[in-house]
Structures are given as structure tokens and as C-alpha cells.
Design a protein around this ligand. Structure first.
Ligand code: KIV
Ligand code: ZN
Length: 511
């Protein structure tokens, strides 16, 4: 009988802390549903005190998710813990995750607290969280650079106060696998009440070692790993869920534990997170990169054809690669459309949203006869975005290019329900389009990134455009897709504007 390795997904919290990855409530709900289908044990849905938007998002996830525990983050402050508890009230199963830094540099420079005060605050925070739920996690932030004896003291005290999970964060990604593994082993061996809590790890990827450190910790007794889809997260990111899960699954000969993850859902989650955040997955990324199962060299191709195991340690279909099969076409009906979306974890609360998405699907099927899952995800993103109460909507667009002529665009927008029109010229049709939009909105934003990816292969593929805007340090990503990349670009720009101009959206997910 193997031990259970708990998978704690923090895509919606730490993942959201990547600049520009901030998500709306509806986007968080879509990802949370996909994570539930992936069978993650715990979904950290956000940091409720950070903003009204984050509070609402955690609450909405808590209302909808039934098969995973929903967690909210809180500093070791009463107001944070109370707010997290309030957001988590509707959850069938909830956890409060509270944290306080324990490294000398953080205590001295950031907290301006003595070690004794840190212990006192941490214990108080855990006790307060316990008044709301039995399931309390405590993280000594920057544990990876903390003094060992002090760390033991804080952990022993917080377990005595009722923490049921102790999470050891390598907050700045400073640790190396061998030493991090030993740290976990030594903590478990030296802390007298360590058997009363599950030990967890939360590793950042600043040296590219987050997965290595997490796995070393598991080999030394950790039984929860905190991770994110595609390794999204603050700075260089967190340990990637798919890499941790597939390492443990593939090397059953070494690991004595396993997760309950349905690995066939990995690709679906990866694509969804990439589409929603606008962070493309690098082609050579392990497990989910476009080249992860591609064999280019003749020797490899020959070997794989003779026996797959010559060059493959995992099967592409086990992580959901083949699930992106051609699903629907021009003649597919509404029921087939609805049921494929349900398989992808997408359900519509309102019948009119389903109807709208279905009519977009029909339009797309007229332009592109093979519709793949990625097309459907992009289409749903667009439909949900438009149905939201957004300030700016695209009504129509006319863009023209001609050899020897200056590219032009003519745009009609609906701004707060009122139609406005503008024309502009630019270096290309996309430039002209953005200039025409700006002449009506005057957002004062800087364009930080503009990128186009084709969603599937072929020249009839939909282009997926990411636009990143910066307004006074507040960074947002907007996404748009269409078979016409000028239209996709206009949609992406407008989506970013709607996020940046929405006062309920937070400046940065972590205060
Ligand atoms: O990196 C970190 O230390 C964190 C904590 C809040 C767990 O994200
Ligand atoms: Zn973190």
C-alpha cells in the first residue's frame, strides 16, 4: 500500500502573482473546475484580504468546488484570517493557510519583529484560524533560509497550537535538492510532535530547482507538494504540477507514495491556464511543451517506431495529449457542442451564454472546418469575456492594407453602452487598430507585450493574441482569438483595457 502524496495547487494564488497573470473571478472558476477534474486535493484559490475581487473569487470557487478542498491564504493577522474564513464559508471542505516569515533577514528587515514575537504571532494566528476550521496550514515563510533550531521551535509551537499541515517554503528558490531533502528529514526527526502534522513543501524556481527540491523533500518524508500548472508563479515560478506528478508516477520504483491525479487531464489544464493568463508554454517544456513527445532525429524516430520504450518514458496519451483530437465540425449540433465542453470542464450558467458560444462556434466552423479542443477553449474565453459586464466592447472593425498605401483601421466601440467610432493610420493594420482604439479610450497605458500564436496548425488556424498593458505599474494581460489576427488583436487589446480600467481588480495579488 503506497502513501498518499497530497497535491496542493496554487495556480490561482501564487501562480496569479506572476506579473500580468491576474485572473478575473470567472477565469478562476474555470481553472478551479479543471483542477477539480484533474483531482488535485487542495485548490488555493487566492488571498481574500488582497482585494474585493480576490475575496469574491475565493468565495465563488468555494461555492462551486465539491471534490477538492478549497484554501485561502492569510498573513498571520486577525483581519486576514477573518477575511479568509468569510470567503471560505460556503466550501464543503476548506483550509486556511497562514504564513509568517522566520528567516533572520525577513524578521529583521521586513517584519521588524524579534524571534519571540514571531513565535507568539504565529501561534496566535494558527489558534485564530482554528476557531474557523480544523484544517489549518502554517508556513514559516523563507524557511529555506531560516535558522534550523528556530525553525524547529516555530513549527513545534504551531503544531501544538493546532496546525495540521506545516509547509516549508523555499521562498526565494535558494535551496539545492540534497540539502533541502536533508532539511525536511531533520525537521521531521527533530521536532517532537512532527507526527501530528503533514509536512509540505513549496519551492520556487529561481535556480531552476523547484521540482528537484520538491522531489527530494518527498523522498525525505514530505507528503504534500505545493505546485502550479505550467510552473506559473512569482518570479521564475513554482514547482510545476505536471512535472512533480509525472516524476512520482513514472519512477514508482523509487517513490513510495503516489497522487490521486487523473493525469489525462494535464494537457487540458495546461492549455487552459496558458490561454487565460496569456503565458505561452515553451515548446521544450517537460510534459506539456509542444515538443515534449516529438522525435526529430532519424535514429530516435526509427527506435520509437520499433519499440516506443526506446526513447519514451511516458505515454503522450497518459498526460492527455491525444485528447486534443478533432472534435466537431460544421454539422455538429448544439448537444455535441455542449457535451464536448462539459468534458473539458466548461459549463454555462445561463442558457443564453451557451447559445452565444454555439453561434460563435458555427461562425468559426464556416471559416475553419476542423475544430479542436484548443479552438473551443479560446472560443469560450471570448464568449465569457463578452458576456461579462465589460466597459468596452468591440462592435465592428474595418482594417485595410495595400502595397504602397498606409495601413488604416476604422473601429466602432461600445463604451459604457454608447457607440463611438474612430479611424487611424499606423505602421501596419494592428498598429492602426490599437491607435484607433486608444484615440477613443485614452487609457494612458504602455504596451509591454504583443504576441501572436496560432492555436492549431494550418493557415486557417485561429490566431491567439496576447497583449500586456502597464498602467502606473499595474500590469494586465488581455487575450483575443479569431481566424483574422487583426480582429484577434483588437479583442486582446480591449480585453486588457477592460481589466486595467476595472477598479475592482487588484493592483497586485499579494499585498
Ligand atoms: O513563497 C512563499 O513563501 C509563499 C508562502 C505564502 C507560502 O508563497
Ligand atoms: Zn510562493
Amino acid at each position: 500500500m503506497q502513501d498518499k502524496l497530497i497535491i496542493f495547487d496554487t495556480t490561482l494564488r501564487d501562480g496569479e502573482q506572476s506579473p500580468g497573470a491576474s485572473m478575473t473571478k470567472d477565469e478562476k472558476i474555470r481553472i478551479a473546475k479543471a483542477l477539480e477534474k484533474l483531482r488535485v486535493d487542495i485548490i488555493e484559490a487566492g488571498f481574500p484580504i488582497a482585494s474585493q475581487g480576490d475575496f469574491e473569487a475565493v468565495k465563488a470557487v468555494a461555492e462551486i468546488i465539491t471534490e477538492s478542498t478549497v484554501c485561502g491564504l492569510a498573513r498571520a493577522l486577525d483581519k486576514d484570517i477573518d477575511r479568509a474564513a468569510e470567503a471560505l464559508k460556503p466550501a464543503k471542505s476548506s483550509r486556511i493557510h497562514t504564513f509568517l516569515a522566520t528567516s533572520p533577514i525577513h524578521m529583521r528587515e521586513k517584519l521588524r519583529m524579534s524571534p519571540d514575537q514571531v513565535v507568539e504571532h504565529a501561534v496566535h494566528a494558527v489558534k485564530r484560524a482554528k476557531t474557523y476550521t480544523d484544517n489549518v496550514e502554517f508556513s514559516p515563510e523563507d524557511a529555506g533560509r531560516s535558522d534550523f533550531d528556530f525553525l524547529c521551535r516555530v513549527i513545534e509551537a504551531t503544531i501544538d497550537a493546532g496546525a495540521t499541515t506545516i509547509n516549508i517554503p523555499d521562498t526565494v528558490g535558494y535551496n539545492l535538492p540534497q540539502f533541502f531533502g536533508e532539511l525536511i528529514k531533520n525537521l521531521i526527526e527533530n521536532i517532537p510532535n512532527s507526527d501530528k502534522a503533514i509536512f509540505s513543501v513549496h519551492c520556487h524556481n529561481d535556480l531552476g530547482l523547484s521540482v528537484g527540491n520538491s522531489l527530494a523533500a518527498v523522498l525525505n518524508g514530505a507528503r504534500q507538494v505545493e505546485c502550479t500548472i505550467n510552473g506559473l508563479g512569482e518570479r521564475a515560478g513554482n514547482a510545476s504540477l505536471e512535472e512533480v506528478v509525472m516524476s512520482v508516477r513514472t519512477r514508482r520504483d523509487i517513490f513510495t507514495c503516489d497522487t490521486r491525479i487523473d493525469t489525462t487531464q494535464i494537457m487540458n489544464c495546461s492549455r487552459l491556464v496558458s490561454t487565460i493568463t496569456g503565458f505561452p508554454v515553451q515548446p521544450n517544456k517537460a510534459i506539456v511543451g509542444a515538443n515534449a513527445f516529438a522525435h526529430e532525429s532519424g535514429i530516435h524516430q526509427d527506435g520509437v517506431l520499433k519499440s516506443r520504450e526506446t526513447y519514451e518514458i511516458m505515454r503522450a496519451e497518459d498526460v492527455g495529449w491525444n485528447a486534443n483530437r478533432m472534435v466537431l465540425g460544421k454539422h455538429s449540433g448544439r448537444n455535441a457542442f455542449r457535451s464536448r465542453l462539459e468534458e473539458l470542464g466548461v459549463t454555462f450558467e445561463k442558457e443564453e451564454d451557451l447559445n452565444d458560444a454555439f453561434s460563435r462556434f458555427k461562425d468559426l466552423a464556416d471559416k475553419k472546418h476542423e475544430i479542436f479542443d484548443d479552438d473551443l477553449q479560446a472560443l469560450v474565453s471570448d464568449a465569457l469575456q463578452d458576456s461579462a459586464n465589460e466597459k468596452i466592447k468591440l462592435v465592428s472593425i474595418k482594417a485595410s492594407i495595400e502595397t504602397g498605401e498606409t495601413p488604416k483601421a476604422e473601429i466602432t466601440l461600445s463604451i459604457d453602452g454608447e457607440e463611438k467610432q474612430a479611424k487611424a493610420e499606423g505602421g501596419g493594420p494592428v498598429d492602426a487598430t490599437f491607435k484607433a482604439i486608444e484615440s477613443m479610450v485614452n487609457s494612458g497605458c504602455d504596451l509591454q507585450l504583443y504576441s501572436v500564436n496560432n492555436i492549431t496548425n494550418g493557415t486557417d488556424s485561429q490566431g491567439e493574441v496576447t497583449v500586456r498593458l502597464d498602467k502606473g505599474g499595474r500590469i494586465v494581460n488581455g487575450l483575443g482569438s479569431d481566424t483574422d489576427i487583426v480582429v484577434a488583436s483588437a479583442k486582446a487589446y480591449i480585453s486588457a483595457l477592460n481589466k486595467v480600467l476595472d477598479p475592482s481588480q487588484k493592483a497586485h495579488p499579494q499585498l
